[in-house]
Design a protein around this ligand. Structure first.
Ligand SMILES: [Fe+2]
Length: 423
């Protein structure tokens, strides 16, 4: 617990007591001992007047040295505490940045951390837009931040431009200090070599003395933010790549199974609605979406003639799809959902005759969505069933082919009119 601060206390810091003890043992005790020794062996007369004055001066000097020592220790402790707070903030920021996958999250953490590190009353993350050669505010913090930006936009943008990383080779963050509306301001360039380049702007009330330790911490933060922005770029490229590859595969599959145009996309939409009604987390909904899009991907390896031959060839498609997907790192997690989308809740499905909750939840959801879309779509060999008939068949198969919990949710969605998908 910190010691109580008092106007009259000379012990306001934990180290003050130690400094006082050092002063007492090293200054006061030897002086008193000297006085006693002189008085005892040389007589009281010797203490007056010259030697007495000398001893008094020594006493005052040693007291002064105590106050100097106290001041120095307070400054050192203050510096150490500030440094340790900055370090803790940086460690926190580093941990949060490592767990953040998207650019907006990185920007929010960077602005918050930079404001906390410097005690800024207004903090901004400005991104440079190459197309219009100007800045846009991605994030601002502080009660007056928006107002200040609207009245001093030019100065703030100018500082950001000075701090902006010049090219992809630039490794060290540029830090620029200046003034905005009589307030002290600093700009730190971030995003060297990545897609989102810009600057963090920090505005402070007091005329800040630019502590070298603070500059070091901000430079370290800029580096962490740049790495995190680069990672979010990579993840977004990866997502973009997989979304387009999936789209390509689904179109190829639609062309291969020409009687089921757009079936996979509709199954993915229906599965998503079931997942949302079940309040599944976003990450599970994403996996469900890809699994539903690719559930029949194994059909691509079955030639058209065999597809017409009947069930034996077609029944191989879940395992073929599973083998195709499990070889791709990012799709390995959804491969079992594809393998088991034709299992039946009562254990009479294929390929592994799993039953009940041994079948992955995502597969049980895809099964209902696929059956509904298949029944309500027109095929070359039969017309589309009315929605009411398809729902009635699904209700009858509840507990047999389908998971009763999923069927209940699906029927609820139907009752609310939420099964219409874009055809
Ligand atoms: Fe299938």
């Amino acid at each position: 617990m910190p010691p109580k601060l008092s106007r009259f206390s000379i012990f306001s810091q934990p180290l003050d007591r130690a400094a006082f003890v050092a002063y007492f043992l090293g200054g006061v005790v030897p002086l008193v001992t000297l006085v006693l020794v002189i008085k005892r062996y040389a007589g009281a007369a010797l203490l007056r007047p010259g030697l007495g004055g000398l001893i008094l001066s020594l006493a005052l000097l040693s007291l002064a040295s105590f106050f100097v020592l106290q001041r120095t220790t307070r400054q050192s402790v203050g510096r150490a505490q500030r440094h340790s707070r900055r370090l803790a903030s940086l460690v926190d920021a580093s941990r949060s940045l490592a767990q953040t996958a998207d650019r907006d999250g990185v920007v929010a953490i960077a602005t918050r951390c930079a404001a906390a590190l410097t005690g800024a009353t207004a903090a901004y993350f400005l991104a440079f837009e190459k197309t219009r050669q100007g800045f846009s505010v991605l994030r601002s913090i502080g009660p007056e931040a928006e107002k200040l930006y609207s009245t001093h936009r030019e100065e703030i943008d100018e500082m950001a431009a000075l701090a902006l990383p010049e090219d992809s080779e630039q490794q060290e963050a540029e830090i620029v200090h200046g003034e905005i509306a009589t307030l002290s301001a600093s700009a730190i360039g971030v995003g060297a070599g990545v897609r989102t380049q810009g600057a963090l702007i920090l505005v402070r009330q007091a005329a800040a003395e630019h502590d070298p330790a603070e500059v070091g911490t901000l430079t370290a933060l800029a580096r962490l933010v740049t790495v995190a922005l680069g990672n979010s770029d990579l993840r977004s490229q990866q997502r973009n790549f997989f979304a387009h590859v999936t789209q390509l595969l689904v179109s190829t599959l639609d062309a291969h199974l020409d009687y089921q145009t757009d079936h996979s996309r509709r199954v993915a939409q229906l599965a998503n609605r079931i997942g949302r009604a079940m309040r599944l987390p976003e990450s599970q909904l994403r996996s469900l979406h890809f699994a539903a899009l690719l559930h029949d991907i194994g059909m691509l390896r079955i030639d058209r003639d065999s597809l017409r031959e009947g069930r034996t060839a077609v029944e191989k498609h879940p395992v073929i799809g599973f083998d195709m997907l499990r070889q791709i790192d990012l799709w390995r997690g959804i491969a079992p959902f594809v393998r088991h989308h034709h299992e039946h809740f009562d254990g009479n499905g294929y390929p592994d005759q799993l039953r009940g909750e041994a079948i992955p939840l995502e597969s049980r959801m895809i099964a209902v969505a696929e059956a509904f879309d298949s029944m309500t779509s027109a095929h070359s060999y039969r017309a589309a069933l009315p929605q009411s008939e398809a729902l009635s068949r699904i209700r009858q198969a509840s507990g047999k082919q389908f998971d009763p919990a999923v069927v209940e949710i699906f029927l609820d969605l139907a009752a609310r009119g939420e099964l219409d998908v874009n055809r």
